[in-house]
Design a protein around this ligand. Structure first.
Ligand SMILES: [Zn+2]
Length: 184
């Protein structure tokens, strides 16, 4: 059984970034709920926990503690960027090496195939959720909320679903997840 911890960034009193009429916390939750839905509907032998499933305030320590106490096999944190750039980037903890970087490359490449965003590449950063999680971890920044071209995509349900599917395809490839067999 593959144990996946999904972490929609921010929530509750912490909206994350906001611009163009959008709040990061709502986008991260929508993408993450869709990732869970696709995985649970289409893949077998997977168990999923989420740091939040509603608009709740959850500290960073509460998030990593929940994943660590559950002994998750993988930690995936979903965020939206801000600060004037444009495009998609992903992060692992600095100098972490494989298999974390191998998972990053696989998932990054699957997401960039479908998200219609500029590729800002796979990167490293000393973020709490990457440092304090005891299992391989990845944080994705899915476009810039303050760049109108990116934000316009975020307003589309089809884009949210595509970004979720890209993450699912990456997880399936990285962890060799098997699709449920359909009975005819
Ligand atoms: Zn964020």
């Amino acid at each position: 059984m593959f144990k996946l911890f999904l972490d929609p960034g921010h929530g509750g009193s912490d909206s994350g970034a906001n611009a163009n009429g959008l709040l990061e916390k709502n986008l991260t939750l929508a993408i993450t709920l869709k990732i869970r839905e696709i995985l649970e509907n289409e893949y077998e032998n997977i168990s999923i926990k989420m740091s939040r499933t509603t608009d709740q305030t959850i500290s960073l320590s509460e998030r990593t503690n929940a994943a660590n106490n559950w002994n998750a096999h993988y930690y995936l944190s979903i965020h939206i960027n801000a600060g004037g750039g444009k495009g998609f980037e992903s992060y692992v903890y600095p100098n972490i090496g494989s298999p974390t970087t191998t998972y990053q490359k696989t998932i990054h490449n699957e997401v960039i195939k479908v998200n219609e965003l500029k590729n800002r590449r796979a990167k490293e950063a000393d973020f709490h959720v990457l440092r304090e999680s005891h299992m391989p971890a990845l944080l994705t920044e899915n476009g810039f909320i303050d760049k109108e071209a990116d934000a316009n995509k975020m307003k589309s349900k089809n884009w949210i679903d595509a970004v979720a599917l890209g993450h699912v395809n990456g997880l399936a490839a990285a962890f060799n997840l098997k699709k449920k067999t359909t009975r005819l």
